[in-house]
Design a protein around this ligand. Sequence first.
Ligand SMILES: Nc1nc2c(ncn2[C@@H]2O[C@H](COP(=O)(O)OP(=O)(O)O)[C@@H](O)[C@H]2O)c(=O)[nH]1
Ligand SMILES: [Mg+2]
Length: 297
Amino acid sequence: MTVAANIISDTLRNIVRGFPNLDRIHPFYRETLNILIGVDAVKISLASLDWASDKIRSLSKEYSYKIKWASEKEAATLRKEALGRMISIVERLDRKLNVLKDARRLLRRLPAVDGEKEAAAVVAGYANVGKSSFVARVSTAKPEIATYPFTTKNVSVGHIFEGDERYVIIDTPGLLDRPLSERNKIELQAISALKHLADVIVFILDPSETCGYPMERQLRLLQEVKAEFKAPMLIVLNKMDLLETPLGASIRANVEKMRSEVPEFYEVSTLTGKNLDAVKEKLLEMLRAAKQAALTA
Ligand SMILES: Nc1nc2c(ncn2[C@@H]2O[C@H](COP(=O)(O)OP(=O)(O)O)[C@@H](O)[C@H]2O)c(=O)[nH]1
Ligand SMILES: [Mg+2]
């Protein structure tokens, strides 16, 4: 009986100890957990396990004492009674254990964003403007691909290394590539969680419009994302290599129009690499500032 009690009690205690500290995880994780499972539900479950672990240990002590002074026959009954009570405590934890199992699974599936240390850039813009190409160009060659917990969509998480600095850049296909009004509830939840993650928004536009979306729509999305996310924004015009093609005139016209509406932006080509060093330098500067602000906050 004592052995069984110790095993059960230790197992419960280890589940609690092995669980990430909810007050210290990245706000993005906490928000995601909160939306899908509920941070309070997880905390209550952890507290219940803690309580059960103590309770089982004290029952074990209580019955050991009784058994010591009991007759052989009484002892057998007491042992059975003790185990019965312990099992009933564990059975009542069933729902709580499931909450923790779900929470664990969710946290494991989240993109590998390393808590407080790393500032993160999130990439937005219509489909086919060159978001994935951009992430590939400015970050590690092989970004990690994670399935976003809300959707079947994949986010790709790249790392930007600069000396001993390390930042995260996240491509979120299917989330920040069209107006909010066109998104379903699950996608909106995902975006809400992304807000806690984004220190900088990289917004990419395609003035050649070969992505299939006119500049006006792209600019409207830019305004929408800007209003939605409070993070500073780095605006990038991609596919500038197409200036040398018959599309050149309309690209030039679109860039001129941009100049009258948007104070600062970068003209790049993720195909040829044009201006990518400058935009990467600017991105690093913004991420550094975000990190500094977080440290002094
Ligand atoms: N000409 C040109 N094409 C580009 C450039 N960047 C991306 N593309 C093309 O645009 C398409 C969409 O690129 P992708 O990075 O997948 O865009 P995403 O949907 O925003 O992630 C692909 O066919 C790319 O080859 C560029 O700088 N110049
Ligand atoms: Mg893409």
